[in-house]
Ligand binder design. Structure first.
Ligand SMILES: C[S@@+](CC[C@H](N)C(=O)[O-])C[C@H]1O[C@@H](n2cnc3c(N)ncnc32)[C@H](O)[C@@H]1O
Length: 281
């Protein structure tokens, strides 16, 4: 996968050289290119911002440097992501625009992005990028405005680090054990609306704390069931909104009994609700 990041703080992306992403780059699984937006400015101060039309506080990123940067990076890429490029051209990237006003980033979107051959990220500063830039490229690329959470950061570089790491660990060959993300919180399938439960390693006794007996039993069925119960309990306690969204067909009889034991009740639609909160539609 190729990833381009355009930023006024290239040094902020240095963590992409370490750990899992750094190793994936070293092994040629990821081709990450970080560009300084100021390369596409021509005045003495390398200006990238100006005052907002309509007035108000803060500055807005000027469209010209972004347009020139993106045109140069896109080069010969001509067809929207997912469509077949004309002979002799490169398939166009997906353009990922970090913004608090975007679609929430989640595991499902990480999986989708991990299937793209090329991603271009445009982390902004100030009050964001002049809207015309997003509209201009939405005409020729698959553009995604994405938020990493309901809070406002000073810039989009930290969101890019978050998204690149979530995407990179899903790429074939990046994780040592290809199956290790299948049991993760939010993983597609049985875990899609559940949080992973607690994990333990050696020694079997630490201070005055042991580990749950079942994990020493060697009984794979009982261990899997225990892990599932722990996942249900943690999700019910910390993210009840996820339990309410669980697809009824993903819950077996034991899951249902466990949720009832945790104080949840099954509605007529098969979904679970905290006791006393279900409103029949
Ligand atoms: C100070 S913020 C601009 C916030 C903008 N005025 C608003 O209220 O939506 C500057 C930049 O940081 C990035 N950013 C801040 N919070 C973010 C979030 N929760 N998710 C993704 N990007 C974010 C975006 O690139 C944004 O353009």
């Amino acid at each position: 996968m190729r990833i381009d990041v355009v930023t006024i703080f290239p040094e902020y992306l240095e963590p992409l050289n370490v750990s899992l992403v750094g190793k994936a780059r070293a092994r040629g699984l990821l081709d990450v290119r970080v560009h300084d937006l100021r390369r596409w400015t021509y005045d003495r101060h390398h200006t990238v911002d100006d005052t907002p039309y309509g007035g108000g506080p803060g500055m807005v990123m000027k469209p010209e440097p972004w347009g020139e940067a993106l045109d140069e990076i896109l080069g010969t890429a001509t067809s929207p992501a997912g469509t077949t490029p004309a002979a002799g051209t490169t398939p166009a990237p997906m353009l990922v625009v970090p913004t608090p006003g975007g679609r929430p980033f989640d595991q499902e979107l990480a999986v989708e992005l991990s299937g793209a051959p090329w991603l271009v990220f445009t982390p902004a500063r100030y009050e964001g990028i002049d809207r015309r830039v997003i509209d201009e490229y939405a005409d020729r690329l698959d553009v995604r405005e994405v938020s990493i959470g309901d809070y406002v950061l000073a810039g989009g570089e930290a969101p890019v680090l978050v998204m690149v790491e979530a995407v990179a660990r899903l790429l074939p060959g990046v994780l040592g054990n290809a199956e290790s993300h299948q049991d993760d919180s939010f993983a597609a399938g049985p875990m899609s609306h559940l949080l992973e439960g607690p994990v333990y390693t050696k020694p079997p006794q630490w201070r005055d704390r042991g580990i749950p007996e079942v994990l020493l039993s060697g009984h794979h069925g009982r261990i899997a069931r225990w892990r599932r119960d722990q996942a249900l309990a943690r999700t019910a306690a910390n993210r009840p909104d996820l339990i309410a969204r669980c697809d009824p067909s993903s819950l077996d009889a034991h899951d249902r009994a466990e949720l009832e034991r945790l104080g949840w009740r099954e509605g007529s639609d098969g979904r679970f609700w905290p006791t006393g909160q279900h409103v029949e539609e």
